[in-house]
Design a protein around this ligand. Structure first.
Ligand code: SF4
Length: 183
């Protein structure tokens, strides 16, 4: 199969699609936590914001999309909030599964909350939301990365430790052909 090309600038529709699973998880997660107690909602959303800021600081400021429109729109956001970092540092970084634990917490805490609620009382709404959250957590992000974000990302050609981890590759990433930017 031919190697898909890279996008210098991701189209808006794909930025929206790429962020949909995360927005869904945060929204459904907040609703599930509210079923336990409303006091958990604000700390949870602050935690989600912190996890996003961690990515902006740790990755996006060094990414080749800094100041541009990457798959998740964060290159543009990073340039609004931070100074450009070092692009060479991006490719040199080593990413391990344990470093992604703070991201897994975003899914795991609301799923645990849903299970706790269901153990106390039956609720169709909580059951459906917990299942939706589980499906989106397991399938949504990998689907977005594999079919949209990483697939057309030019940083993948330069070198992306996260993509290598997700795809199970150990060596260098394969080069991709440059594509005309979307407008
Ligand atoms: S290859 Fe994937 S994980 Fe790496 S910067 Fe691009 S979209 Fe992000």
């Amino acid at each position: 199969m031919a190697e898909p090309g890279a996008w210098d600038r991701f189209p808006w529709w794909s930025v929206l699609a790429a962020n949909l699973p995360s927005l869904l998880v945060a929204g459904v997660g907040a609703v599930l936590l509210a079923r336990v107690t409303l006091w958990l909602v604000t700390p949870y959303l602050v935690y989600v914001a912190w996890a996003e800021a961690r990515v902006l600081w740790g990755s996006c400021r060094d990414c080749s999309y800094f100041g541009g429109r990457c798959a998740f729109g964060k290159g543009w956001l990073a340039a609004l909030l931070l100074k450009r970092g070092d692009p060479r540092r991006f490719a040199r970084r080593k990413v391990r599964w344990v470093q992604l634990l703070p991201d897994f917490v975003i899914y795991a805490i609301p799923i645990a909350a849903g299970i706790v609620v269901l153990s106390r009382r039956s609720s169709i709404l909580v059951l459906v939301l917990t299942i939706v959250l589980g499906i989106v957590s397991l399938a949504g992000t990998p689907l977005v990365r594999g079919s949209l974000a990483c697939r057309y990302c030019k940083q993948r050609a330069i070198g992306c430790p996260a993509e290598r981890l997700f795809s199970g590759k150990r060596g260098q990433t394969r080069p991709v052909r440059a594509r005309q930017p979307y407008r």
